[in-house]
Design a protein around this ligand. Structure first.
Ligand SMILES: Cc1cc2nc3c(=O)[nH]c(=O)nc-3n(C[C@H](O)[C@H](O)[C@H](O)COP(=O)(O)OP(=O)(O)OC[C@H]3O[C@@H](n4cnc5c(N)ncnc54)[C@H](O)[C@@H]3O)c2cc1C
Length: 310
Protein backbone atom coordinates (compact mmCIF):
# COMPACT_ATOMS: atom_id res chain seq x y z
CA UNK A 1 0.00 0.00 0.00
CA UNK A 2 1.29 3.47 -0.89
CA UNK A 3 0.46 6.37 1.46
CA UNK A 4 1.04 10.06 0.81
CA UNK A 5 1.32 12.23 3.90
CA UNK A 6 0.64 15.90 3.16
CA UNK A 7 2.62 18.01 5.63
CA UNK A 8 6.23 18.07 6.83
CA UNK A 9 5.68 19.56 10.27
CA UNK A 10 6.16 17.48 13.39
CA UNK A 11 2.78 15.79 12.87
CA UNK A 12 3.23 14.75 9.24
CA UNK A 13 6.82 13.58 9.68
CA UNK A 14 5.94 11.53 12.78
CA UNK A 15 3.02 9.91 10.94
CA UNK A 16 5.22 9.02 7.96
CA UNK A 17 7.94 7.57 10.21
CA UNK A 18 5.46 5.42 12.11
CA UNK A 19 3.82 4.21 8.91
CA UNK A 20 7.21 3.24 7.48
CA UNK A 21 8.10 1.47 10.75
CA UNK A 22 4.87 -0.50 10.32
CA UNK A 23 5.98 -1.56 6.84
CA UNK A 24 3.78 0.89 4.89
CA UNK A 25 5.34 2.75 1.94
CA UNK A 26 4.67 6.29 3.17
CA UNK A 27 6.15 9.43 1.61
CA UNK A 28 5.70 13.11 2.47
CA UNK A 29 4.78 16.03 0.27
CA UNK A 30 4.75 19.60 1.61
CA UNK A 31 5.03 23.13 0.35
CA UNK A 32 7.16 24.09 3.38
CA UNK A 33 9.56 22.07 5.50
CA UNK A 34 12.11 22.54 8.28
CA UNK A 35 12.48 26.12 9.51
CA UNK A 36 9.56 27.30 7.34
CA UNK A 37 6.98 25.32 9.36
CA UNK A 38 5.05 26.29 12.49
CA UNK A 39 6.65 23.26 14.13
CA UNK A 40 10.06 24.92 13.87
CA UNK A 41 8.83 27.89 15.93
CA UNK A 42 7.59 25.71 18.79
CA UNK A 43 9.26 25.93 22.18
CA UNK A 44 8.85 22.69 22.03
CA UNK A 45 8.11 21.66 25.57
CA UNK A 46 5.96 18.60 26.22
CA UNK A 47 2.83 20.27 27.57
CA UNK A 48 -0.82 19.81 26.50
CA UNK A 49 -1.55 23.47 25.69
CA UNK A 50 -4.60 24.63 23.70
CA UNK A 51 -5.59 21.18 22.46
CA UNK A 52 -8.87 19.28 22.95
CA UNK A 53 -10.72 17.06 23.80
CA UNK A 54 -9.15 16.24 27.20
CA UNK A 55 -9.63 12.44 27.16
CA UNK A 56 -8.04 11.90 23.75
CA UNK A 57 -5.37 14.56 24.28
CA UNK A 58 -4.30 12.98 27.60
CA UNK A 59 -3.85 9.58 25.92
CA UNK A 60 -1.90 10.98 22.95
CA UNK A 61 0.20 13.14 25.28
CA UNK A 62 1.05 10.20 27.54
CA UNK A 63 2.31 8.00 24.71
CA UNK A 64 4.18 10.90 23.10
CA UNK A 65 5.90 11.70 26.41
CA UNK A 66 7.08 8.10 26.67
CA UNK A 67 8.40 8.10 23.12
CA UNK A 68 10.16 11.46 23.47
CA UNK A 69 11.71 10.26 26.72
CA UNK A 70 12.99 7.20 24.86
CA UNK A 71 14.38 9.39 22.05
CA UNK A 72 16.15 11.65 24.58
CA UNK A 73 18.62 8.80 25.18
CA UNK A 74 19.97 9.44 21.66
CA UNK A 75 21.73 12.83 21.48
CA UNK A 76 21.28 13.02 17.69
CA UNK A 77 17.49 13.41 18.03
CA UNK A 78 17.68 16.88 19.64
CA UNK A 79 15.32 15.77 22.42
CA UNK A 80 16.35 16.41 26.03
CA UNK A 81 14.63 15.99 29.40
CA UNK A 82 14.25 19.05 31.62
CA UNK A 83 12.79 19.61 35.07
CA UNK A 84 10.46 22.55 35.44
CA UNK A 85 7.42 24.08 37.07
CA UNK A 86 4.05 25.31 35.85
CA UNK A 87 3.23 28.16 38.24
CA UNK A 88 -0.34 29.00 39.16
CA UNK A 89 -1.75 32.10 40.80
CA UNK A 90 -4.34 30.22 42.90
CA UNK A 91 -3.87 26.79 44.50
CA UNK A 92 -5.47 24.19 42.21
CA UNK A 93 -6.18 20.52 42.06
CA UNK A 94 -4.05 18.38 39.77
CA UNK A 95 -4.15 19.44 36.12
CA UNK A 96 -6.56 17.54 33.84
CA UNK A 97 -3.66 15.84 32.04
CA UNK A 98 -1.96 14.68 35.29
CA UNK A 99 -2.26 11.00 34.40
CA UNK A 100 0.04 11.58 31.39
CA UNK A 101 3.12 12.17 33.61
CA UNK A 102 4.55 9.63 36.02
CA UNK A 103 5.56 12.12 38.74
CA UNK A 104 3.90 15.45 39.44
CA UNK A 105 4.69 17.33 42.66
CA UNK A 106 3.15 20.48 44.16
CA UNK A 107 5.72 23.09 45.12
CA UNK A 108 4.68 26.16 47.15
CA UNK A 109 6.03 29.65 46.42
CA UNK A 110 7.56 30.86 43.15
CA UNK A 111 7.46 34.26 41.46
CA UNK A 112 5.53 37.16 43.04
CA UNK A 113 1.78 36.54 43.03
CA UNK A 114 2.03 32.77 42.54
CA UNK A 115 0.60 30.29 45.01
CA UNK A 116 3.02 27.62 43.84
CA UNK A 117 3.28 25.27 40.95
CA UNK A 118 3.24 21.77 39.52
CA UNK A 119 6.75 20.42 39.06
CA UNK A 120 7.57 17.60 36.65
CA UNK A 121 10.23 16.40 34.23
CA UNK A 122 9.30 16.92 30.60
CA UNK A 123 10.86 16.30 27.22
CA UNK A 124 11.93 19.34 25.19
CA UNK A 125 12.65 19.02 21.47
CA UNK A 126 15.19 21.37 19.92
CA UNK A 127 13.04 21.77 16.83
CA UNK A 128 15.82 22.58 14.35
CA UNK A 129 17.61 19.37 15.22
CA UNK A 130 14.46 17.33 15.83
CA UNK A 131 12.73 18.09 12.50
CA UNK A 132 15.99 17.29 10.68
CA UNK A 133 16.26 14.06 12.65
CA UNK A 134 12.66 13.08 11.78
CA UNK A 135 13.28 13.78 8.07
CA UNK A 136 16.51 11.76 8.18
CA UNK A 137 14.77 8.91 9.98
CA UNK A 138 12.11 8.89 7.26
CA UNK A 139 14.87 8.73 4.64
CA UNK A 140 16.62 5.88 6.47
CA UNK A 141 13.34 3.96 6.39
CA UNK A 142 13.11 4.45 2.62
CA UNK A 143 10.66 7.38 2.62
CA UNK A 144 10.97 10.64 0.70
CA UNK A 145 10.08 14.30 1.28
CA UNK A 146 8.99 16.24 -1.80
CA UNK A 147 8.37 19.98 -1.99
CA UNK A 148 5.08 20.75 -3.71
CA UNK A 149 1.82 22.46 -2.87
CA UNK A 150 -1.22 20.17 -3.16
CA UNK A 151 -4.14 22.09 -4.63
CA UNK A 152 -6.81 19.53 -3.72
CA UNK A 153 -7.36 16.30 -1.84
CA UNK A 154 -8.10 14.66 -5.21
CA UNK A 155 -4.62 15.61 -6.47
CA UNK A 156 -3.00 13.90 -3.47
CA UNK A 157 -5.40 10.98 -3.67
CA UNK A 158 -4.48 10.31 -7.31
CA UNK A 159 -0.92 9.50 -6.20
CA UNK A 160 -1.57 6.96 -3.47
CA UNK A 161 -3.87 4.32 -2.01
CA UNK A 162 -4.37 6.49 1.06
CA UNK A 163 -3.66 10.07 2.07
CA UNK A 164 -2.92 11.56 5.51
CA UNK A 165 -3.70 15.25 5.81
CA UNK A 166 -1.29 16.72 8.38
CA UNK A 167 -1.56 20.22 7.02
CA UNK A 168 -1.59 22.28 10.24
CA UNK A 169 -3.13 25.69 9.72
CA UNK A 170 -3.20 24.83 5.98
CA UNK A 171 -6.17 22.59 6.82
CA UNK A 172 -8.33 25.67 6.22
CA UNK A 173 -7.66 25.05 2.51
CA UNK A 174 -6.76 21.35 2.48
CA UNK A 175 -9.21 19.79 3.17
CA UNK A 176 -11.07 23.15 3.62
CA UNK A 177 -11.97 23.10 7.30
CA UNK A 178 -13.47 26.35 8.64
CA UNK A 179 -13.09 25.10 12.24
CA UNK A 180 -9.31 25.64 12.05
CA UNK A 181 -8.12 29.07 13.15
CA UNK A 182 -4.57 30.39 13.49
CA UNK A 183 -3.36 31.40 16.92
CA UNK A 184 -0.21 33.41 16.33
CA UNK A 185 2.79 32.81 18.56
CA UNK A 186 6.12 34.60 18.80
CA UNK A 187 9.25 33.67 20.74
CA UNK A 188 12.66 35.15 21.49
CA UNK A 189 15.69 32.85 21.66
CA UNK A 190 18.51 33.81 24.01
CA UNK A 191 21.80 32.42 25.22
CA UNK A 192 21.54 31.75 28.96
CA UNK A 193 23.43 28.58 29.96
CA UNK A 194 22.65 29.11 33.67
CA UNK A 195 18.92 28.59 33.04
CA UNK A 196 18.42 24.82 33.31
CA UNK A 197 14.73 24.49 34.25
CA UNK A 198 11.65 25.32 32.22
CA UNK A 199 8.98 27.61 33.65
CA UNK A 200 5.41 28.20 32.58
CA UNK A 201 3.22 30.98 34.01
CA UNK A 202 -0.02 31.41 32.11
CA UNK A 203 -1.48 33.77 34.70
CA UNK A 204 1.26 36.41 34.66
CA UNK A 205 -0.46 39.83 34.71
CA UNK A 206 1.55 41.00 31.67
CA UNK A 207 0.65 37.90 29.59
CA UNK A 208 1.67 34.34 28.84
CA UNK A 209 5.18 33.43 30.07
CA UNK A 210 7.25 30.38 29.21
CA UNK A 211 10.98 29.87 29.45
CA UNK A 212 12.27 26.66 27.91
CA UNK A 213 15.98 25.76 27.96
CA UNK A 214 16.92 23.71 24.88
CA UNK A 215 20.42 22.51 23.99
CA UNK A 216 22.25 25.72 22.97
CA UNK A 217 19.65 28.35 23.78
CA UNK A 218 16.58 29.22 25.83
CA UNK A 219 13.20 29.91 24.23
CA UNK A 220 11.28 32.79 25.80
CA UNK A 221 7.60 33.16 25.06
CA UNK A 222 5.15 34.12 24.31
CA UNK A 223 2.02 35.41 22.78
CA UNK A 224 -1.25 33.82 21.98
CA UNK A 225 -3.10 35.87 19.34
CA UNK A 226 -6.22 34.16 17.93
CA UNK A 227 -6.91 35.18 14.33
CA UNK A 228 -3.61 37.06 13.84
CA UNK A 229 -1.62 35.87 10.82
CA UNK A 230 1.43 38.12 10.46
CA UNK A 231 4.56 36.02 9.91
CA UNK A 232 6.75 39.02 10.78
CA UNK A 233 8.61 39.35 14.09
CA UNK A 234 7.16 42.28 16.00
CA UNK A 235 10.00 44.07 17.82
CA UNK A 236 7.79 45.58 20.50
CA UNK A 237 6.20 42.20 21.22
CA UNK A 238 9.69 40.69 21.51
CA UNK A 239 10.71 43.34 24.08
CA UNK A 240 7.55 42.72 26.11
CA UNK A 241 8.06 38.94 26.03
CA UNK A 242 11.61 39.31 27.30
CA UNK A 243 10.60 41.76 30.04
CA UNK A 244 8.01 39.43 31.53
CA UNK A 245 10.25 36.37 31.20
CA UNK A 246 12.96 38.26 33.13
CA UNK A 247 10.34 39.11 35.74
CA UNK A 248 9.72 35.39 36.30
CA UNK A 249 13.30 34.16 35.65
CA UNK A 250 15.68 37.00 36.68
CA UNK A 251 18.79 35.08 35.45
CA UNK A 252 17.66 35.97 31.92
CA UNK A 253 18.54 39.64 32.44
CA UNK A 254 21.26 40.69 30.02
CA UNK A 255 21.14 37.43 28.06
CA UNK A 256 22.23 37.75 24.43
CA UNK A 257 19.34 37.47 21.97
CA UNK A 258 20.21 34.86 19.34
CA UNK A 259 17.01 34.75 17.32
CA UNK A 260 13.28 35.22 16.96
CA UNK A 261 10.51 33.02 15.57
CA UNK A 262 6.84 33.34 14.69
CA UNK A 263 4.34 30.57 14.00
CA UNK A 264 0.62 30.02 13.57
CA UNK A 265 -0.73 27.38 15.94
CA UNK A 266 -3.38 25.31 14.13
CA UNK A 267 -6.17 25.71 16.67
CA UNK A 268 -9.40 23.71 16.38
CA UNK A 269 -12.07 23.12 19.06
CA UNK A 270 -10.98 19.48 18.86
CA UNK A 271 -8.04 17.83 17.14
CA UNK A 272 -9.30 16.13 13.99
CA UNK A 273 -7.99 12.59 13.81
CA UNK A 274 -10.37 10.37 11.86
CA UNK A 275 -11.08 8.75 8.54
CA UNK A 276 -12.93 11.05 6.18
CA UNK A 277 -16.62 10.07 6.41
CA UNK A 278 -16.99 10.17 2.62
CA UNK A 279 -13.61 8.64 1.65
CA UNK A 280 -12.01 6.06 3.97
CA UNK A 281 -8.76 6.48 2.02
CA UNK A 282 -8.31 9.92 3.56
CA UNK A 283 -7.19 10.24 7.18
CA UNK A 284 -7.27 13.67 8.81
CA UNK A 285 -4.67 14.57 11.43
CA UNK A 286 -4.62 18.29 12.14
CA UNK A 287 -5.76 20.95 14.60
CA UNK A 288 -3.18 20.27 17.33
CA UNK A 289 -3.21 23.89 18.57
CA UNK A 290 -0.36 24.60 20.95
CA UNK A 291 0.53 20.96 21.45
CA UNK A 292 1.59 19.44 18.14
CA UNK A 293 4.93 18.24 19.49
CA UNK A 294 3.26 17.01 22.70
CA UNK A 295 0.73 14.89 20.81
CA UNK A 296 2.78 13.89 17.77
CA UNK A 297 3.66 10.24 18.46
CA UNK A 298 0.32 9.36 20.05
CA UNK A 299 -1.45 10.72 16.98
CA UNK A 300 1.02 9.03 14.61
CA UNK A 301 0.29 5.68 16.28
CA UNK A 302 -3.46 6.17 15.88
CA UNK A 303 -3.10 7.24 12.24
CA UNK A 304 -1.02 4.11 11.62
CA UNK A 305 -3.72 1.97 13.25
CA UNK A 306 -6.38 3.54 11.01
CA UNK A 307 -4.31 3.00 7.85
CA UNK A 308 -3.17 -0.54 8.60
CA UNK A 309 -6.29 -1.70 10.44
CA UNK A 310 -4.02 -3.30 13.07
C1 LIG B 1 5.44 30.13 19.33
C2 LIG B 1 4.94 28.73 19.41
C3 LIG B 1 5.30 27.93 20.48
C4 LIG B 1 4.84 26.61 20.56
N1 LIG B 1 5.26 25.83 21.60
C5 LIG B 1 4.87 24.54 21.65
C6 LIG B 1 5.33 23.71 22.70
O1 LIG B 1 6.08 24.13 23.58
N2 LIG B 1 4.93 22.39 22.70
C7 LIG B 1 4.11 21.89 21.72
O2 LIG B 1 3.78 20.70 21.78
N3 LIG B 1 3.65 22.68 20.73
C8 LIG B 1 3.99 23.98 20.68
N4 LIG B 1 3.53 24.79 19.68
C9 LIG B 1 2.51 24.26 18.77
C10 LIG B 1 3.12 23.45 17.65
O3 LIG B 1 4.12 24.21 17.01
C11 LIG B 1 2.04 23.06 16.64
O4 LIG B 1 0.97 22.42 17.29
C12 LIG B 1 2.64 22.09 15.62
O5 LIG B 1 3.75 22.68 15.01
C13 LIG B 1 1.63 21.67 14.58
O6 LIG B 1 2.32 20.79 13.72
P1 LIG B 1 1.77 20.41 12.30
O7 LIG B 1 2.73 19.43 11.74
O8 LIG B 1 0.33 20.05 12.41
O9 LIG B 1 1.77 21.79 11.49
P2 LIG B 1 2.94 22.58 10.71
O10 LIG B 1 4.22 22.54 11.44
O11 LIG B 1 2.35 23.92 10.42
O12 LIG B 1 3.09 21.78 9.36
C14 LIG B 1 2.09 21.79 8.38
C15 LIG B 1 2.68 21.22 7.12
O13 LIG B 1 1.65 21.09 6.13
C16 LIG B 1 2.12 21.61 4.90
N5 LIG B 1 0.97 21.99 4.09
C17 LIG B 1 -0.15 22.65 4.46
N6 LIG B 1 -0.98 22.77 3.42
C18 LIG B 1 -0.38 22.18 2.35
C19 LIG B 1 -0.72 21.97 0.97
N7 LIG B 1 -1.88 22.42 0.47
N8 LIG B 1 0.15 21.31 0.17
C20 LIG B 1 1.34 20.86 0.65
N9 LIG B 1 1.71 21.02 1.94
C21 LIG B 1 0.86 21.67 2.77
C22 LIG B 1 3.01 22.76 5.33
O14 LIG B 1 3.87 23.15 4.28
C23 LIG B 1 3.75 22.11 6.49
O15 LIG B 1 4.79 21.31 6.00
C24 LIG B 1 3.98 26.11 19.57
C25 LIG B 1 3.62 26.90 18.49
C26 LIG B 1 4.09 28.20 18.40
C27 LIG B 1 3.69 29.04 17.23
Amino acid sequence: MRVLVVGAGVVGLSCAVRLREAGVAADVVADAAGAATTSAAAAALWYPYRAHPPERVTGWAASTREELERLSADATTGVVLRDGVEYVRQPTGEPWWASAVPRLAWRGGGPAGCAGGWAFRAPVADTGRYLDWLAARLGDLGGSLRHERMRSVAQARAEADAVVLATGVGARELPGDPAVTPVRGQVVRVRAPSVRQWVLDEGHPAGLVYVVPRIDDVVCGGVDEPGAESPEVDAQTARRILARCIDVVPELAGAQVTGHAVGLRPYRPSVRLERDPSDPGVVHCYGHGGAGVTLSWGCADEVTDLITGR
